[in-house]
Design a protein around this ligand. Structure first.
Ligand SMILES: Cc1cc2nc3c(=O)[nH]c(=O)nc-3n(C[C@H](O)[C@H](O)[C@H](O)COP(=O)(O)OP(=O)(O)OC[C@H]3O[C@@H](n4cnc5c(N)ncnc54)[C@H](O)[C@@H]3O)c2cc1C
Length: 343
């Protein structure tokens, strides 16, 4: 496996953004990810119904925003090329049965084929291996050696890690960083904290009443309810995506998906009214959904070790941890790798 100059572990948006720039600069890059596909938490679940129709539900990131020039160019380029779309320019608020709040004009992008289209677009042309879980790292004779659960190993002189901070800390165990420029950043990574999020998706026989694309709910169980068909091409089955609040998700973290699903559907009916017949439904737990305590700076790169990391748990701008933060962090890391003396 891999005769790459640079190995990127994690094909979330941060890793993909970094890999694209490194590859465009002429580096030989290989990406490894444990999932079956790319895009990480910008994820889309495909549900096939008994009549063969397929529904796509964004069970991770719900949409993305583009406050920075480069993200704006990517998002608007995607709208021009057809893989991306402006989904909505505002999400109303639900409180005690009342829906309020006007559009704020700010575009929220959602690819019509699902959020994972963003990752798949960035992954185009890259050398990628999926279904490969990295378990440990080793540095030998100036080379990074990556061990995987599947028994494969890969080597490269430089290593980029795009993993949620707790998983980064786990794979770094056993690597002696004492006295290196990575010791402090590894300690910062260990201090990063996340809120979990239980989500549920439900494909319905008929749509629920309502003209809104989604609601931000002021409810003890749910904080978000979206009509997924408002993101999709005509003919998509009616479907709801439900996101539980951080408090409810934390309190119910260790329950099973089958156990939490009915409660999430009941909460949805308290917000949207009695649900039509549910054709298919699932619940999914994100243990590390949203960083609540992040690391400073845009990314970490240690040129001496040829080791760095990126992701939405850095602070590349003043806004929250989100799709755009992951992209900015990945682009920033690629710049540091290519021009270590410039920063
Ligand atoms: C429920 C939810 C709702 C959200 N809503 C929004 C939203 O509306 N708008 C928005 O902008 N953002 C939203 N986000 C946040 C957004 O999804 C993330 O900020 C962004 O996708 C993070 O990208 P990343 O590359 O930093 O990390 P990730 O996407 O987590 O990428 C890490 C990658 O590493 C891989 N990996 C992990 N461990 C290993 C291993 N040992 N070996 C190999 N590979 C491994 C994973 O499979 C994954 O692909 C939401 C997230 C969640 C979970």
């Amino acid at each position: 496996m891999s005769g790459a100059d640079i190995l990127v572990i994690g094909a979330g948006l941060g890793g993909l953004a970094a890999a694209r720039d490194l590859s465009a600069a002429g580096q030989t890059v290989t990406l490894l990810d444990k999932a079956r596909g790319v895009s990480g938490r910008a994820a889309t679940r495909r549900v096939t119904l008994s009549d063969g129709r397929e529904a796509r539900l964004d069970h991770g990131a719900r949409y993305f925003t583009a406050r920075h020039g480069r993200t704006h160019t990517l998002a608007e380029g995607g709208v021009r090329d057809g893989w991306n779309a402006v989904w909505t320019r505002g999400v109303p608020h639900w409180h005690a049965g009342t829906v309020s709040g006007a559009a704020d004009g700010h575009p929220r992008y959602a690819p019509p084929q699902g959020m994972s289209a963003l990752g798949r677009t960035l992954a185009r042309g890259l050398n990628l291996e999926t279904g490969v879980t990295v378990t440990s790292l080793e540095r030998r004779a100036g080379l990074w050696r990556v061990h995987t659960r599947e028994g494969l190993a890969a080597e490269a002189s430089r290593l980029v890690l795009n993993l949620p901070a707790p998983q980064l800390v786990t794979v770094l165990e056993g690597v002696d960083l004492r006295g290196s420029g990575s010791e402090g950043p590894a300690l910062e990574a260990a201090r990063v904290e996340y809120a979990p999020c239980w989500v549920a998706g439900a494909v319905l026989q008929t749509d629920i009443p309502g003209t809104w694309p989604a609601l931000r709910a002021d409810h003890p169980v749910l904080e978000w309810l979206a009509r997924e068909l408002t993101k999709r091409p005509p003919g998509h089955p009616p479907a709801l995506m439900l996101h539980a609040t951080p408090a409810w998700s934390a309190a119910n973290l260790e329950r099973s998906p089958e156990d939490v699903l009915p409660e999430l559907l009941t909460a949805a009916s308290q917000i949207a009214g009695p649900l039509p017949e549910v054709e298919a439904a699932f619940a999914h737990r994100w243990r590390y959904a949203i960083p609540t305590r992040r690391a400073p700076g845009a990314c970490h790169w240690d040129a001496a070790l040829g080791l760095g990391w990126c992701g939405d748990w850095f602070t590349p701008d003043d806004h929250g941890p989100r799709v755009e933060a992951a992209l900015l962090s990945g682009w920033s890391l690629a710049r540091r790798v290519l021009h270590p003396q410039a920063e």
